[in-house]
Design a protein around this ligand. Structure first.
Ligand code: ZN
Ligand code: ZN
Length: 348
């Protein structure tokens, strides 16, 4: 079978890889779709951000995937061949401090399918072997193709779970990429009263509007604090930061009400500049999120996807075949990210 294999920066090849066979405790998944993530772009260009240097060469990329169980290994009797599943693409040791507190996403030995830190093949191939505990059944009402959005949307759901209660809250989301838009929809589902989104790309601002954002600001043209003042008077209760951008972070902190909370969702590759003076004067809280807790966030995200809390038509901007993953996927996102939300790859 063909897979998209990482060999190094700017060196991802579509080449023959051996078909996986069912192993004890593991499932063989026929991949329906695999989404391209911002971190895949960092890996592709070899930026330090996203841990490109942590990628194992010779491994099939891709960590945002769903599919159909094609075979089960010895010892598995609780899932049938033919079941649609979304994959939480992390591997954890099960015995370190974080694992024993049910926070596998912070495992000391954490690895990701797609070759991040561990030689685990990812979803950019027709077949992939995953551990049983990583697979979550896709509920009625959600297609196995759209289920590929479970991974990025679980990041959004986890971020909202890490935030204070959003019922009736004024919320600001910095950035309207896939994660920012997912956070917007999760915040609306959690009962946010006002939502303000900042985004420099026009296409992504349009997506935010279609998803019901209360106010949308282009921070390169207007100061978001004007919208915040008009809509809330005193500042927002919660800001979600999804951009890893100092200017946005600063606008977010300045948009908070006294004792507001900033939730940092983005993956930062460099040190951030934080206005400690303003943060202190308003006694703000800053919280961080690290991907998701699969056992909690995946079932929640999948039922939200099935119920329509996430608009998959807006979130999925293109479907491409595996042999176009470089030109129409990675290169396209590198040069025209502002025209896309999520590109899904069909590896069949
Ligand atoms: Zn991702
Ligand atoms: Zn662990």
């Amino acid at each position: 079978m063909k897979g998209a294999v990482y060999h190094g920066p700017r060196d991802i090849r579509i080449e023959d890889v051996p078909e996986p066979t069912p192993q004890p405790g593991r499932l063989l998944i026929e991949v329906s779709r695999n989404g391209i993530c911002g971190s895949d772009l960092h890996t592709y260009v070899g930026a330090s951000k996203g841990g490109a240097t942590m990628h194992v060469p010779g491994i099939v990329l891709g960590h945002e995937f769903a599919g159909t169980v094609r075979d089960v290994g010895d010892g598995i009797d609780d899932i049938a061949v033919g079941t649609h599943v979304a994959i939480a693409p992390i591997e954890w040791c099960g015995s370190c401090y974080s694992c024993t507190h049910s926070w596998p996403q912070m495992c000391r030995k954490l690895g990701l399918y797609g070759g991040y830190r561990l030689p685990l093949h990812g979803g950019l191939a027709p077949l992939v072997s995953v551990s049983r505990r990583s697979a979550f059944e896709v509920p009625e009402g959600l297609g196995v193709i759209e289920a590929a959005l479970a991974e990025p949307m679980a990041v959004a759901v986890h971020a909202v779970r890490r935030a204070p209660n959003l019922l009736g809250a004024n919320v600001m989301v910095l950035g309207a990429g896939p994660i920012g838009l997912g956070v917007l929809q999760s915040a609306i589902a959690a009962g946010a009263r006002t939502t303000i989104v900042t985004e420099i790309s026009e296409a992504r601002r349009r997506a935010a509007a279609r998803l019901g954002a209360g106010a949308i600001v282009d921070p390169s043209a207007d100061d978001p604090r004007t919208a915040v003042r008009d809509l809330t008077g005193h500042g927002v209760d919660v800001v979600f930061e999804t951009t890893a951008n100092d200017a946005a972070l600063s606008q977010g902190i300045r948009s908070l009400r006294p004792r507001g909370t900033l939730v940092s969702v983005a993956g930062w590759g460099e040190l951030a500049r934080v206005d400690m003076g303003v943060s202190m004067a308003k006694e703000i809280d800053i919280r961080f999120t690290m991907t998701y807790e699969p056992a909690i966030d995946y079932p929640a995200t999948l039922s939200m996807l099935a119920s329509g809390a996430f608009d998959t038509d807006v979130l999925i901007s293109d479907h491409i075949p595996l042999d176009r993953v470089i030109e129409d996927g990675l290169e396209e996102l590198l040069h025209h990210a502002d025209q896309h939300v999520k590109i899904l790859v069909d590896p069949s």
